[in-house]
Design a protein around this ligand. Structure first.
Ligand SMILES: [Zn+2]
Length: 236
């Protein structure tokens, strides 16, 4: 049997992350929640909520102000990255190992800053299929918990089977088909989304069906993003 890791990540920090975290925990699915200090999103979490979420899931940094890291001066980018780590570690009382680039925007300088700030990996919004990738600071995703965020054209070529991913307009169907493929081929199945979006689209039942579908499978490792990076990239 090919080795498969199932991981999920959720961005931007909303009070709805608590509901999402509970749902994932119910099915034994691990997650990383990437949370900026300040965000224009609907109701943010308070410190006590962050601690509650952190009891079962990983918290990752997402800058201080959800900044466009490639568009601001390097010194500001540094402050955004380091500041977000410090902020979360003060609240959580433990090391924050993972980072996520706001808007998926990064370049070599950004990657270097994330590395030297002490993060062990960083998540992008690149659709990397099911493959391990060589760089932990360009950790990609497999599929989105939304019908509107998928880089369809870039995605298609990545699957060895002629699964017509493009024809799968419903994210539930797509997530399940990709999971079936992942079971056969191994690798990383990484679901990504936003709790506010699940709520906006009334997708809680849909999400629960997907989570149920991928849960409790023999031989599958369920891991946070940080644990996935540790497992995949500490081999050398
Ligand atoms: Zn974000």
């Amino acid at each position: 049997m090919s080795r498969l890791i199932v991981t999920t990540s959720w961005d931007d920090g909303s009070i709805l992350d608590l509901k999402l975290g509970e749902l994932l925990t119910k099915y034994g699915i691990k997650a990383t929640f990437y949370i900026p200090r300040f965000s224009k999103r609907i109701t943010p979490m308070q410190n006590i909520d962050l601690l509650e979420l952190a009891a079962n899931h990983e918290i990752g940094a997402h800058t201080v102000n959800h900044a466009h890291l490639t568009l601001i001066p390097q010194s500001d980018a540094k402050a955004e990255i380091e500041g977000s780590k410090f902020y979360l570690e003060e609240i959580l009382g433990k090391k924050v190992k993972m980072f996520c680039y706001p808007f998926g925007e990064y370049n070599e300088d950004t990657k270097q800053l994330v590395k030297t700030s002490g993060f062990s990996g960083a998540r992008t919004v690149k659709f990397n299929g099911l493959k391990d990738i060589p760089d932990p600071y360009e950790f990609g995703i497999t599929t989105a918990a939304s019908n509107h965020q998928s880089d369809e054209s870039g995605e298609i070529a990545r699957y060895s089977q002629a699964v017509s991913i493009k024809s799968l307009s419903d994210w539930e169907v797509k997530a399940k088909v990709l999971f079936d493929l992942a079971i056969a081929e191994g690798g990383i199945w990484h679901l990504w989304g936003h709790s506010w979006e699940i709520d906006d689209h009334n997708d809680w039942n849909k999400l629960e069906r997907v989570i149920n579908y991928v849960s409790h499978r023999p031989g599958v490792t369920y891991a946070s993003n940080g644990e996935t990076v540790d497992t995949v990239y500490s081999r050398s």
